[in-house]
Design a protein. Structure first.
Length: 308
């Protein structure tokens, strides 16, 4: 993930987070990733057919990043870049699901490993899809992985949740589906077809179907937020929502255009005003004004030349 064509700053933000919050009062972190969606299907970014109340609620008092771009338009390369903070051609993992996994530079780990070393319980539910040799990254990584299984209630956690309801595979349908009553929630007639796509009933149906998929992704975001609230953890948890890369209609996933790279990225306001977090240097002002500068200062101080 990059901001304004800089380094993968979202990953570096978490690395910096791991270094600055060493006190006992450490906020939890949750990443919610929806597969294969660019900004072009979300009301949050000006596309009114993509109403996502849960995502919009998260962002309402937090921060929405308007210029977040994936480092690759396909899953494995994008996810490996995200987890490593390294550009794929630099390390050699730029080929989608290559037969031989690349090795990270000596002394480097995927970033959840750093959080584990800082005392975090790290869980992933459940897609990994990395093009590098992992090492010990997760305490648990499966379809049942959850922060609820951490050793003690006081243990801080990092949890990554991937939702596949927006994946390109969910757009596959038979011709009869277009004639089925109730097949869509979104009206195909209301869809604005991109100028590089043919304006046909099939494309309009597919657009509408994908807007419906974003509503399903939003329901999964709401489910995670509800679980955190039920557990009494919401006020001490920073939540990120984002896409891994663009998709899924032609000229998006797999193509290095804006439609294949420009992803949604929002961060909740949870913890931003917490005295405990502010004391650790993790504040809303830090995010909105000086975070790029501080990330690069951290990067220059802490990474080896092979990471650049």
């Amino acid at each position: 993930m990059i901001m304004n064509r800089n380094a993968p700053l979202l990953t570096l933000a978490i690395l910096l987070f791991a270094s600055i919050v060493q006190s006992a009062d450490r906020p939890n972190i949750v990443w919610i990733l929806s597969e294969d969606n660019s900004i072009h299907y979300l009301n949050l970014y000006g596309y009114p057919l993509g109403k996502t109340p849960a995502i919009e609620s998260l962002a309402a008092e937090g921060i929405v990043f308007n210029h977040a771009f994936s480092c690759a338009p396909v899953c494995s390369v994008a996810r490996t870049t995200l987890m490593s903070g390294m550009y794929a051609p630099r390390i050699g993992f730029q080929y989608h699901r290559q037969l031989q996994l690349a090795n990270l530079p000596d002394g480097a780990d995927l970033f959840p490993a750093y959080l584990r070393k800082a005392g975090y319980y790290t869980t992933n539910n459940s897609k990994e899809d990395y093009n590098v040799v992992e090492g010990k990254v997760w305490d648990k990584s499966s379809r049942k992985a959850s922060w609820r299984k951490r050793p003690t209630p006081e243990t801080p956690f990092f949890h990554m949740q991937t939702t596949a309801v927006s994946h390109e595979g969910r757009l596959h349908f038979k011709a009869a589906e277009m004639k089925r009553d109730g097949a869509l929630q979104t009206d195909p007639k209301a869809v604005e077809v991109a100028p590089y796509h043919p304006d046909t009933p099939t494309f309009r149906f597919t657009y509408a179907r994908y807007f419906d998929r974003m509503k399903a992704a939003d329901a999964e975001v709401q489910k995670i937020v509800g679980q955190l609230k039920q557990d009494g953890l919401l006020e001490n948890t920073i939540i990120f929502y984002f896409g891994d890369h663009g998709g899924v209609l032609p000229r998006s996933k797999g193509y290095v255009y804006e439609s294949g790279l420009h992803v949604p990225l929002a961060r909740s306001a949870c913890c931003a005003s917490s005295p405990k977090v502010a004391q650790a240097g993790w504040s809303r002002r830090w995010y909105s004004s000086g975070w790029i500068r501080q990330l690069y200062r951290f990067r220059s101080n802490c990474v080896e030349s092979g990471w650049r």
